[in-house]
Ligand binder design. Structure first.
Ligand SMILES: O=C(O)CCC(=O)C(=O)O
Ligand SMILES: [Fe+2]
Length: 196
């Protein structure tokens, strides 16, 4: 594993973090390329029986289709820039990924609620490599059932890489909360290995 990926001291989890995985100027270039080239979609989610627009834009690229939050994502061919990022993340983490989910948080009002990435298609021990580009946002973890374990908050800055694996998705939830602070748009890429 890449030496800059440092373990976070979390019980019942295997989380590694590299705050400076991609140098700032290069991360800025990737951010602009992805803003322009990705096929960003405004998806909806059913909340209390009502269709609501998701508070972020999303895109799915990969070798297989994948159901996420009840939505079927048809695979789209990898863009060269996504291939390049995938290779860097594969080198750093020592594992391969056949899919990437991209999220675009346009402002502090865009967010992702508490969840775990524990769909069956990700296997019993999902490995999620999460790359952040653009404006910094706070990421939060909370243990599902241990009240004695403190939540973990982590600023995900431009060019940072967060790796979650092992039992993490079984015992912890994570989110990107909304913020009233002035923040720049942010792109997050979660590389995943879909097995079915
Ligand atoms: O934007 C992030 O950092 C989190 C994304 C995430 O949790 C997901 O796509 O499952
Ligand atoms: Fe997630």
């Amino acid at each position: 594993m890449h030496p800059t990926l440092q373990p976070l001291p979390m019980p019942d989890a295997e989380v590694y973090f590299a705050p400076d995985f991609i140098p700032g100027p290069q991360a800025d270039t990737y951010f602009m390329q992805l803003m322009e080239q990705v096929n960003w979609q405004q998806e909806s989610i059913k909340l209390f029986g009502k269709l609501q627009p998701m508070p972020r834009l999303t895109a799915w690229y990969g070798d297989k289709s994948y159901t996420y939050s009840g939505l079927e994502n048809k695979p789209q061919a990898w863009l060269p820039v996504l291939q390049e990022l995938r290779e860097q993340v594969e080198q750093a983490t020592g594992h391969t990924y056949n899919s990437v989910l991209l999220n675009l948080y346009r402002s502090g009002q865009d967010s992702m609620g508490w969840h775990a990435d524990n769909e069956q298609a990700l296997g019993p021990q999902p490995r999620i490599a999460s790359l952040s580009l653009g404006g910094e946002r706070r990421f939060a973890f909370k243990h599902r059932n241990r009240k004695d374990v403190e939540p973990v908050r982590l600023p995900l800055q431009n060019g940072s890489l967060l790796l979650m694996q092992g039992p993490t998705q079984h015992h912890w939830l994570h989110q990107i909360p909304k913020t009233t602070r002035a923040v720049q748009p942010r792109i997050n890429l979660t590389f995943r290995q879909v097995i079915s």
